[in-house]
Design a protein around this ligand. Sequence first.
Ligand SMILES: Cc1cc2nc3c(=O)[nH]c(=O)nc-3n(C[C@H](O)[C@H](O)[C@H](O)COP(=O)(O)OP(=O)(O)OC[C@H]3O[C@@H](n4cnc5c(N)ncnc54)[C@H](O)[C@@H]3O)c2cc1C
Length: 368
Amino acid sequence: MKHYDVAVIGLGIVGVSAAYAAAWAGARVLALDAGTPGGGTSGTSFAWLNSVRKEPDVYHRLNAAGMTAHRELSRELGGDAGYHDGGSLEWAEAEDEERELRERVHRLAGRGYPAEWISRERAAAMEPGLAIADHVQEVAFYAADAWLDAPRLIGRLLAAAAARGAEVRERTTVALRARGDRLEMLAGDSPAITAESVLVCVGPATQTFLESLGVTLPIGTVPGLLAVTSRPAQPLRRVVHAPAVHLRPDAGGGLLLGAEDLDAVVARADSPGDLTAPAAQLLERAARVFPAARSLKIVDARVGVRPMPGDRHTIAGRIPGFINGWMIATHSGVTLGPLLGRLMSDEIVRGKPSPALAPFRPERFAAA
Ligand SMILES: Cc1cc2nc3c(=O)[nH]c(=O)nc-3n(C[C@H](O)[C@H](O)[C@H](O)COP(=O)(O)OP(=O)(O)OC[C@H]3O[C@@H](n4cnc5c(N)ncnc54)[C@H](O)[C@@H]3O)c2cc1C
């Protein structure tokens, strides 16, 4: 019989961050994934680290703290841990979108978030490959934003956790069984494993996973499309939100492309099916703002599935009804993973709940 202090179930960016923090805090950690670490949503994410459209203020502050946690983690791990700074750029062309953007930049700057207007010339100097429409005089610049090579950070965190004694098991599907107010773990075909506490970080599988315990929390799934291009001759350095398309460098040297309205098309489709047409549309839109994309090819197109809490905000805390079970389910999990992992580890391993999580507890749904 092997006994652990904490079993972390699900090794996307959220679970891996928690396993790392718990191992760092001295706990005996078992980290399990039904597939391979990073093989879920975290491996198919735009992975923009930001707090630009995160309302209300309390959720904005959580995401801004998530960005700080990334910077700290990147310094702590050293070397290439997948963190790419440089900020992000955004502009709008339609009048109503321009108005919304101006209000947003004003609101963000008022909160102390690095958000400012820069001239189109300065934006062009930062990203010489961009073609910004002539009538756009100013571009919004968010200097503290970044993008993450999430699979790389996941690999680094797991290696660092293992170096601190954490045991990692891939291809092990875990189920939980209720015994009164405690949870017991059933990990693959290894019955002889026990853990004092379990932390559920199964991303888009959370609602189904918890239903098996009689716990109902509203956590939906929202698919999104991303396309990867071949490598452009003119590199792009940072995240760019242009009209009708967002793009950033992909870790492999190409461009990573997405668009919110095309996410909706993929979501409406009966099956993910053939992504050739929407991916071609992404490339065509990208070429309007990044002309070097005209000579590129789509080399990959993927659908990722976002876990989406009913009110769109993080759910982190004790699983209702159980004294030794915790959960984290969140959108913006790439921005929030390291922070939430550390806060939940503090709560489970050190018995120190964070006031920052008070508005994000699972009980808010029961109360409603
Ligand atoms: C297209 C797209 C764009 C996005 N853009 C951004 C962005 O720009 N910025 C941002 O911050 N976020 C973004 N997100 C959201 C972000 O990617 C997710 O919130 C985040 O990846 C969720 O991470 P996770 O660890 O919770 O889940 P996952 O990465 O899905 O990890 C869950 C893991 O649990 C495992 N698992 C499931 N069931 C079991 C079981 N029974 N036993 C054991 N293991 C199990 C799975 O195998 C998986 O590896 C985007 C998402 C998508 C799809």
